[in-house]
Ligand binder design. Structure first.
Ligand SMILES: *Cc1c(COP(=O)(O)O)cnc(C)c1O
Length: 343
């Protein structure tokens, strides 16, 4: 097997879901599985979450909702975060999706005989009905919403004043209506009970990412060593001869590159691991290969790890100048994937 081995621990996903549910004990814990469960595989991850007890799922697009319905069967609620987009009515009807209507146009488009949610804008200015439009739109809703939701822009910064501002706006727009409400994603769960309302929407925390610091790690990624060579001081490695050996050096070339989501910004920055021993990627990351300085290892490994107990998605994201979400969703299609599951 020449390609990297990506292992996804479904038991850890289930543990993280239960832990996030326990942090918001008054609310139902939903599960956000957009973008193929953040790149980890929609059907295996969502079915593991359903087995753990999740009954309300959230995806970005109606197409994802239809795939999720096929994986989960008729029981769970499936909400579509972009709402009811043009051309989606039959998909929404057939897969029994709940679009979060997010503009006056979407409210007008949605038929009266289909369930819906409402997405309110409380200040993020990405999606959702604005407070100034709400009185009129509310009167035009095609029935009673199954859920009214909004999204926090700064929930990963607990002291950011926008959190309280958005909470206040959400309450102004929904207090007293008697509808089921949802405001908190992973970060909002950690802000405390004022933010929990009736149902939470954790995503990244399920998959082991910040800001859920207590998350169990979910992914490991091990890259086979294709070749090892010894070079002299003064020789260069890789495209553009961008790295020059300062000492006699052993270079291991491993099987993954930017086509597999290990973005080129990791060039010269990524750390790979042989057990607990760190090794630095040297030279440019290329499409299929990464070159690593293994001079200080006592032996020649068969593989090096880039996501492992010593280095989680947020640590690797820091090396790449990005966030754990992007590391996960970029994980490529070429890896040999396996799912670990005891229960
Ligand atoms: C992606 C998303 C979530 C999940 O956010 P996490 O930070 O991954 O927990 C929840 N709600 C909305 C509207 C989203 O777009």
């Amino acid at each position: 097997m020449g390609t990297g081995r990506l292992t996804i621990d479904l038991d850890a996903v289930q543990r993280n879901w239960r832990a996030l549910a326990a942090l918001a004990p008054g609310a139902e814990a939903g599960a956000v599985v957009k973008a193929g469960a953040y790149g980890l595989g929609l059907a295996p991850v969502a079915t593991a979450l359903a087995r753990a007890g999740a009954r309300s799922f959230f995806v970005a697009y109606a197409e994802e909702g239809a795939a999720l319905r096929a994986a989960l069967g008729p029981g769970p609620d499936i909400h579509v975060l972009t709402g009811h987009m043009e051309g989606d009515t039959e998909t929404i009807r057939q897969a029994r999706l709940i679009p979060a209507l997010s503009s006056p146009d979407q409210v007008a488009r949605h038929p009266e005989d289909l369930p819906f949610a409402v997405q309110l804008c409380t200040g993020m200015n990405r999606l959702g009905i604005r407070e100034g439009d709400w009185t009129a739109v509310r009167a035009a809703l095609p029935g009673t919403p199954a859920l009214v939701m909004s999204h926090l822009a700064c929930a990963d910064e607990p002291d950011h004043p926008m959190n309280a501002d958005q909470l206040a706006a959400f309450r102004r727009m929904t207090d007293g209506a008697g509808w089921r409400r949802s405001l908190a994603a992973t970060g909002g769960i950690l802000l405390g009970r004022d933010y929990h309302f009736d149902i939470t929407r954790p995503g990244i925390g399920l998959y082991g990412g910040a800001p859920f610091a207590a998350a169990a790690p979910v992914v490991t990624l091990s890259l086979p060593v294709v070749q090892v060579r010894s070079i002299s001081a003064g020789e260069t490695v890789g495209y553009a001869a961008a790295w020059t050996a300062a000492r006699p050096t052993r270079i291991a070339t491993v099987a993954a590159g930017y086509a597999d989501g290990l973005i080129r910004a990791l060039s010269g920055r990524a750390t790979l691991w042989h057990g607990m021993s760190p090794c630095t990627a040297v030279g440019r990351i290329s499409m299929d290969l990464i070159t690593v300085d293994i001079t200080d290892l006592p032996d020649t490994p068969g593989a090096l790890d880039i996501l492992c107990p010593a280095q989680g998605i947020d640590a690797l994201a820091g090396q790449a100048g990005t966030i754990g979400y992007e590391i996960l969703t970029a994980l490529g299609a070429r890896y040999t994937r396996s799912y670990r599951q005891a229960s």
